[in-house]
Design a protein around this ligand. Sequence first.
Ligand code: 3PG
Length: 409
Amino acid sequence: MKFKFLTLDDVSLANKRVLVRVDINSPIANNSTILETTRIKSILPTLEALKNSKTVLLAHQSRPGKKDFTSLEVHASVLKNLVDRPVKFIDDIFGTAARNAIKELKNGEILVLENVRFYSEEVAEDIPPENQAQTIMVKKLTPLFDLFVNDAFAAAHRAQPSLIGFTYTLPTVAGKVMEKELTVLNKIFDPERPAVFIIGGAKVDTKLEIVKNILKNGKADKILLGGLLVNVFLEAKGYKIGEINKGCIKKFDSYISEAKNILKEDGDKIELPDDVAIEKDGKRYEVSCNELQGENRILDIGLDTIVKYSNIIVNSKTVVANGPLGLFEREDFALGTREILDAMTKCRHFTVVGGGELGGYAEILGVSGKIKHLSTGGGATLALLSGEKLPVIKALEESAKKFKGRIVN
Ligand code: 3PG
């Protein structure tokens, strides 16, 4: 596949000082145990290509305000056990300590910097993409490197300084994860029909945008909803979900009018649960959406919905899934997610599972081998397949034009 950006194969890497943005954002327990290491393992081919370089890893874990917003020290420990080279960690991003550690690196060594989202400009929402290069982190780190490698495919839908900024200041190439994901996913850019997207998980803001994009670009025949989007759409349709199910979604009210518009314009493409599983006295109960009283938490899709969704999945030619359908961490509410993954294994056509959570769960269930492509990206994979031009890919292409002829060799 010929890209409009450069890859690791286009540059000489030995003895170079290389800054690599990776996405190793992982499910983590008690901020100390990584529960699922797929994303960390995915960067090994890129690290192998950099075995004779001085390699510095820049990455994030979760977002401010979340329980799992924590240090990358634990990720560095996991990495230490996966590579046969020195892996160091420093609890700094671009201060004197980090800069000195970077300067002292030797060929073959890897240094993991602290969670880049500890730095407030990284998560500021009002920095236009072209100004990301003016942020203090980009200014401080740029002089220490010869090359920037963007391998954070799973965050390619975010326009943040660590993802976009360096592509304006340093020659930039895509890493192996980025290359592999785009090679596979570009093949289904024009999906074989019928095409179905299954959208679950908890990030309502991101997912709602993606639903709109999929519909705008005509990428899907059906969108099956799970996770917290169900609460938004059930309310928009007039079901009684109650305060208990609205309260768990920030900015709930502002999503309702968007959901109503989507249902008005493209209601025939949106599949909502007919029944759900609620939690009552700590147990799972099935209830038809018509009978919802709004007193209990909705934690999964119901049995009839599982059957309805599974039929659509097995009869589709392209199936893309992202995000769990329910609270799969609890055995009794994992049923929807498990059965939907099972239906995907029975679909004989192109199936993609995106995202750490759902991909990790497919691994745990032992069904990942039966899914055609297990993508490291969640929101990024959906955004790409929904027809969006991802900011990171745009930046990679810009950089290739800008640094053409000056690329390190
Ligand atoms: C992900 O897990 O989808 C990526 O790491 C991006 O994370 P974000 O949605 O918090 O930006």
